[in-house]
Design a protein around this ligand. Structure first.
Ligand code: ADP
Ligand code: MG
Length: 333
């Protein structure tokens, strides 16, 4: 026995499923305790099923040293954020996980505990998945399922000329949290740093707000790769130009404390990833409704710009001067 003996060996695939994953499926009747090949899910009348998946890879989206419960919760939440942006109510999720050689039973137990915590918060069960071994890095894919009133899903492609453009919450916190974790900036104020890191590790899917946007918003999407880049998707899909007033982009106190409030800081915030906020467009006639909705959801929805004729995204200052930016956000390729 070598170093490997130090680690509690993983039980077999089926024992893992039974011990750690089946308890997470107990509230899903159609999942029959994860003891069948597949699960069923009934769709309420007048609703459509909304499906979305996101993958997290060790070394890219999280690290071996990260707490397994936080990895689990982030994996789930980034998916719920996609549902939120579509106006969907979450119904459950599937988990496909490829365990790398360093993963021990303690890690899996902690991972499942994280899922259990979020399942309670968001009232959703695990419906099924797949468990495999990976020769190299750990990877996990969560597929989230949700419901939306038939035909009412909020799309990227339905922005209209003259719409206001809004974002929820604050922008750049996740990116600043990641930068702080990487140790890029030493001697940061502790409180601000802790806030930004928690924003990076544990995004808050805007589910309640997203569902209420149905019938109000025209276009909507989840901001995960950077505000500017993601607004570019709305611009492309809707064949419009999106014009953003840099000074209106909402920055948190924590982010300002570390990055300041310069134009450079704003553009950095607007092109860094991991926000998991919702960007949406809505007609000017909906302003009061949106304000009230934000208030009742306990979050901010800030008007940051306008939908215009044209294409792409432009960011301008208070004098209308167009600000140059190098890259709008994160790209895998
Ligand atoms: P298959 O042999 O077709 O891949 P499995 O034997 O892997 O099926 O899966 C058995 C059951 O356990 C299925 O219901 C599957 O959905 C479930 N399952 C397997 N792995 C997971 C997981 N990581 N999370 C949730 N359910 C899982
Ligand atoms: Mg399988």
């Amino acid at each position: 026995m070598t170093g490997a003996s130090k680690r509690r060996k993983l039980s077999g695939e089926f024992a893992l499923i039974e011990r750690y994953f089946a308890p997470l499926a107990k509230d899903a009747k159609g999942a029959v305790g994860l003891k069948d090949d597949a699960a069923t899910l009934s769709i309420p009348k007048g609703q459509e099923l909304v499906v979305t998946a996101d993958t997290l890879i060790e070394g890219v989206h999280f690290f071996k040293s990260d707490s397994a419960d936080l990895v689990a919760r982030k994996a789930l939440r980034v998916n719920l954020s996609d549902l939120a942006a579509k106006g969907a109510r979450p119904a459950g999720y599937l988990l496909a996980i490829s365990l790398s050689p360093w993963v021990d039973e303690k890690w899996v137990a902690r991972f499942a505990k994280g899922l259990a915590a979020d399942q309670r918060i968001f009232a959703i069960p695990l419906l099924g998945g797949d468990t495999t071994a990976a020769p190299d890095r750990l990877s996990l894919t969560i597929t989230a399922l949700g419901y939306v009133p038939s035909g009412k899903i909020l799309r990227r492609g339905s922005a209209r000329i003259g719409d206001d453009v809004f974002v929820t919450g604050t922008i750049g916190d996740g990116g600043a949290g990641l930068a702080a974790l990487k140790g890029g900036s030493k001697n940061l104020p502790e409180k601000a740093k802790a806030y930004l890191i928690s924003r990076y590790r544990l995004p808050e899917p805007r589910l309640f707000f997203g569902q209420k946007l149905i019938g109000i918003a025209h276009a909507s999407l989840d901001i995960s790769d950077g505000l500017i880049a993601d607004l570019g998707h709305i611009a492309d899909a809707s064949a419009v130009r999106i014009s953003i007033d840099a000074g209106k982009i909402p920055l948190s106190a924590g982010l300002r404390e570390i990055w300041g409030g310069s134009t450079k800081a704003i553009l950095r915030a607007a092109s860094s990833g991991d926000d998991y906020e919702i960007a949406f467009t809505a007609p000017a006639s909906a302003r009061a409704k949106i304000r009230a909705l934000a208030k009742s959801s306990g979050l901010k929805a800030t008007p940051i710009g306008r939908v215009e004729r044209g294409q792409g995204v432009v960011v301008h200052d208070a004098n209308g001067r167009i600000l140059p930016f190098s890259s709008g956000g994160y790209r895998h390729f």
